[in-house]
Write a protein that binds this ligand. Structure first.
Ligand code: UT7
Length: 334
């Protein structure tokens, strides 16, 4: 029975129309970090594959890096700021509890008062944003959606913390999503495991911080080995489920872009999935470190720039982290 309410319908199919990224200019080799955590370049490379990372300078704010990455993505997509109907920013390192940084980013870009909001899904945030944006376009709530993954993790990382100092880094990546004649973004497979809420987290809640005699900025803490085991075993299953939902097999993949957390996790996933040799695998973590929500678009952007991912290639994106939260989808490279 009709309630008299109209409903909206959008495009049957969606695609990523353009990808962009911004890498901070300061390169930080392992050698700069090891003394403070009694570590070594050899240990970090062997355990993570990380050789160096980028740390943002004072002028490379969450907003500045996001705007730079978004302009590159919009340029490549051939979409003007005024055509953007929604700005979604995935981040855990915007330092104001409210308002969302997405509104300021949209304003600077000139997205003409489009809705703009932040999402908090940590390292899985960008893939959550792609899923949301794609569904919005299919439902008719937006035609073009700008999805940004951005972090200045150095603001919330202690360089004296042996478990995190050598992993986390800064950067931004962005994607413009829009309608398409054929499927360009496959169904998302996503989820969370709140039983493991404490494995990666801000150390103390703000009220506990303020109750301290000399309040200090709380930093991220991680039970790295538990996360490592969860990611290495569980995420290969999620990857396979994502291929199944997209109706393809590993043999149809051209490119694999997993969250850039640790090269050993990337290799473990590739082995469990039995990825054919010819599938190009993103290995941006070696030079970029772990940039949480920014890592998947940064890695894809590098592959496009270096000719490793070509327009029309079939790519599997998968991201996972604090929460524990994860999300994955198959996409066509723009
Ligand atoms: O982005 C969100 C998702 N995050 C991730 O996916 C991160 C997942 N975790 C990891 O990448 C890894 O767990 C780490 C790289 C963080 C740590 O590597 P691990 O192989 O899990 O090391 P571990 O914590 O099990 O420690 C192994 C050994 C220990 O020594 P013993 O007990 O074997 O003698 C540690 O004391 O390595 C030692 N160790 C270190 N040595 C030098 C731990 N941290 C360090 C360090 N430098 N920084």
């Amino acid at each position: 029975m009709s309630t008299g309410l109209a409903t909206s319908h959008g495009s049957e199919h969606t695609a990523i129309l353009g990808i962009g990224a911004y890498r901070p200019t300061r390169v930080v080799p392992n050698s700069e970090l090891v003394d403070a955590i009694n570590s070594s370049d050899a240990w970090i490379q062997q355990r993570t594959g990380i050789k160096e990372r980028r740390f943002a300078g004072p002028e490379e704010s969450v907003q500045m890096m996001s705007v730079a990455a978004s302009r590159k993505a919009m340029d490549r997509a051939g979409v003007e700021p005024a055509q953007i109907d929604c700005v979604i920013v995935a981040t855990v390192s915007h330092m104001l509890q409210t308002p969302a940084i997405a509104t300021a980013i949209g304003y600077e870009l000139g997205t003409d008062k489009a809705p703009a909001f932040d999402i908090s899904a940590a390292c899985a945030g960008f893939c959550h944003g792609v899923a949301l944006g794609s569904d919005m376009i299919r439902a008719g709530s937006a035609k073009h959606v700008l999805v940004i993954g951005v972090e200045r993790l150095t603001d919330i990382t202690s360089l004296n913390d042996r478990g995190t100092a050598f992993i986390f880094a800064d950067g931004a990546g962005a994607a413009v999503l829009g309608p398409s004649d054929e499927p360009g973004i496959g169904p998302v497979v996503w989820g969370s495991d709140g039983e493991q809420f404490d494995l990666i987290r801000q150390k103390e809640d703000w009220r506990d911080v303020l109750a301290q005699e000399t309040p200090a900025l709380p930093h991220l803490v991680m039970q790295g080995n538990s996360v490592f085991r969860w990611a290495s075993f569980e995420m290969a299953k999620i990857a396979q489920a994502t291929l199944d939902r997209a109706g393809i097999g590993v043999e149809d993949l051209d490119v694999f872009v997993p969250h850039q957390a640790n090269m050993r996790i990337i290799d473990a996933m590739a082995r469990s999935m039995k990825l054919p040799q010819r599938v190009r695998i993103a290995r941006d973590v070696a030079e970029q470190g772990n940039t949480s929500a920014a890592s998947v678009p940064l890695a894809l952007d590098r592959m496009i720039d270096e000719g490793e991912a070509k327009s029309g290639d079939i790519a599997l994106l998968i991201a996972f982290g604090a929460g524990l939260a994860y999300a994955a989808q198959v996409v066509k490279v723009p």
